[in-house]
Design a binder for this molecule. Structure first.
Ligand SMILES: Cc1cc2nc3c(=O)[nH]c(=O)nc-3n(C[C@H](O)[C@H](O)[C@H](O)COP(=O)(O)OP(=O)(O)OC[C@H]3O[C@@H](n4cnc5c(N)ncnc54)[C@H](O)[C@@H]3O)c2cc1C
Length: 559
């Protein structure tokens, strides 16, 4: 056995979508990592298909959204058929959330993994055929035992261990983290080539007494994924084809249906479980290692990628000695409740498409039909579905690293105008023809501090905001300031002074109004696009106190 010296900050176990996302993010943040996988090569069969809006926003910040969406199928609707009629249509549109990605897209998990691997390939290679055998942690790091395909073992010392090793996670088990929840229905899925007239911009639900069949489009060709919630014992290709044909044809009468023998099938039992905490000392669990869901709402990969996006910037600040280790506690505090919320949503979807008794099916169909026919109900349903699926409404308002010093009329208040700390930053459009995007002002890896001069700013306010910009510009290890002026006069004054600091004119006050910036105002946007802190009237003292005492930025960094 050989011992590798500690020259790697993070060892990532598992090269699924979550491990690859974490590796890519850490690499972008300048943190050294290795990524291993016990498999000999990447998977060729795809599990996840749905990539939802928030994950697309994350991909945009990672700089890979274009590559991902080049091979995807945008999905606009869910159409449901029952008893030979078109029961309802639900829209997946999420425009209300002010996002560049108004619809989810479908693309195979293998494509997401391939894009990430290709991006990593110039600097980091996945070490295939390497298994995590054992690990032991102490106060300063983790000693890890690895085994390669020849059976040779080696020992490695790292600062941090990230378990992205899937539902059967060894990291989770060896940390003795309980995986509470249950297993429920057994479902059958099959990938097939289908010749039918149904448009590919939709998911279809066929609510048959023989079991609900869901159909999800692949981006390429005539390929569809079919899911049957009443899995039968016979899983040979001919029986599977027959089961699907009968179930769909029993409720969809607009054309003859013939499901051919599948290209691939799998029977699986739904697991809905999660851990109570996602960090133990120098070890973390992410993705399926921390939470597994029913595939009914397609959230597993999406939630896991967002775990990685949440952890990476925190780990980077700690690994680079910019922040205290306590910052890492917020990973578990922020992500564990999200996993619980997502699980609740997935359970709801599982129930909705499951196989209740015939009476319950009858009641369900009547409710769905009423939602479809009555416009106000339809709008509520559309809103709820996009809220749950898109991931855009999730927030960190209860997080211990999220707060504000917000004084209106001399009183400290929360909820008095503007966007709230802990919320996801919406991509507000502003400027002359409303084409400038707020997201384009954000730095891709550092915190961005938005400094508003204030709608009612006078010379003193401008001086104060300059003071804050000067202070922020010195915090180059973690912070980028952006100055926002409400009118040409204040813009000229700030621009003249700003030097290399970005300064923009908010000509119609769109941004000032949305952020409640009557006076000089500061908003701190985290690298993951959430609002971490806000301060009005903004002062360097308040901001420094937040950075030091709440976020845990080291005193030596706050020059
Ligand atoms: C039928 C189906 C449909 C789905 N549809 C969707 C969907 O539409 N949208 C969605 O978001 N999610 C969906 N999911 C869930 C999604 O596939 C998973 O959530 C996702 O794969 C989790 O990624 P991961 O990286 O956490 O784990 P995995 O993809 O399981 O990767 C874990 C990796 O760790 C490796 N590993 C394990 N143990 C070790 C060890 N000891 N040493 C080294 N390597 C190890 C494994 O070989 C594996 O490659 C679906 C799942 C199923 C089953």
């Amino acid at each position: 056995m050989s011992l590798s010296q500690k020259n790697t900050d993070v060892l990532i176990v598992g090269a699924g979508p979550v491990g690859l996302s974490l590796a890519y993010e850490l690499h972008r943040h300048g943190v050294s990592c290795r990524i291993i996988d016990q498999k000999m090569a990447p998977s060729e069969t795809s599990r996840a298909l749905g990539v939802f809006n928030r994950t697309l926003e994350v991909f945009e910040r990672m700089g890979i959204a274009q590559e991902i969406t080049a091979k995807t199928q945008p999905v606009h609707f869910l159409n449901v058929y029952a008893r030979g009629e078109h029961l309802m249509q639900v829209s997946f549109e999420s425009r209300a959330f002010e996002t560049p990605f108004t619809y989810p897209v479908f693309c195979p998990q293998t494509h997401v993994e391939e894009v990430l691997r290709n991006r990593l390939a110039t600097d980091i290679h996945v070490e295939w055929g390497v298994t995590l055998e054992a690990f032991e942690q102490d106060a300063t790091g983790v000693t890890v035992q690895l085994r390669d395909t020849r059976g040779d073992t080696s020992e490695l010392r790292v600062s941090w261990l990230a378990g992205c090793d899937g539902g059967h996670s060894k990291v989770r088990k060896d940390l003795h983290l309980p995986f509470t929840g249950n297993s429920s229905e057994t479902w059958l899925i099959a990938d097939v080539e289908l010749d039918w007239s149904l448009a590919k911009d939709s998911v279809y639900g066929f609510f048959s007494p023989l079991g609900t069949v869901m159909a999800y489009p692949f981006p390429e060709g005539k390929r569809w994924r079919l899911l049957n919630t009443a899995a039968r014992e016979q899983t040979d290709p001919a029986s599977v084809a027959q089961q699907f044909t009968h179930a769909i044809a029993s409720v969809y009468h607009e054309e003859p249906v013939h499901v051919p023998e599948p290209l691939w099938t799998s029977v699986f039992t739904i697991q809905q479980r999660h851990v109570p905490m996602m960090r133990v000392g120098h070890c973390f669990v992410l993705g399926d290692a921390a939470h597994v869901h029913s595939p009914a709402s397609g959230q597993g990969m999406n939630t896991g990628i967002q775990d990685a996006f949440n952890l990476a910037w925190k780990l980077a600040l700690v690994a680079r000695n910019v922040a205290e280790e306590s910052l890492l506690d917020s990973y578990t505090a922020e992500r564990t409740p999200i996993a619980t919320t997502v699980l609740r949503g997935a359970k709801g979807f599982t129930l909705a498409i499951g196989n209740p008794t015939l009476t319950m099916q009858y009641v369900r169909n009547i409710i769905m039909k009423s939602f479809f026919l009555l416009k106000p109900l339809r709008s509520v349903l559309n809103g709820q579905v996009s809220k749950v699926l898109s991931g855009l409404s999730l927030s960190y308002k209860q997080s211990q690293i999220v707060t504000e010093d917000w004084r209106v009329e001399g009183i400290n208040t929360r909820n008095m105008g503007g966007l709230l700390s802990g919320e996801r930053l919406p991509d507000i459009h502003y400027g002359f023809d409303n084409t400038a995007r707020l997201y384009n002002l954000l730095h891709s890896t550092d915190h961005t501090v938005l400094l508003f001069a204030g709608l009612q700013s006078d010379e003193t306010d401008l001086l104060r905001i300059r003071e804050l910009a000067e202070y922020s510009a010195q915090q180059q290890k973690w912070l980028r300031p952006v100055l926002i002026a409400p009118n040409p006069e204040s813009y000229d004054s700030l621009k003249e002074w700003s030097g290399t600091t970005t300064c923009i004119l908010d000509q119609y006050g769109t941004l000032h109004h949305r952020f409640g910036a009557e006076k000089q105002t500061l908003y701190l946007i985290r690298p993951d696009g959430y609002i971490g802190y806000r301060n009005q009237p903004a002062t360097p003292g308040n901001f420094e106190s937040y950075a030091k005492h709440v976020l845990g930025i080291r005193a030596t960094v706050l020059v």
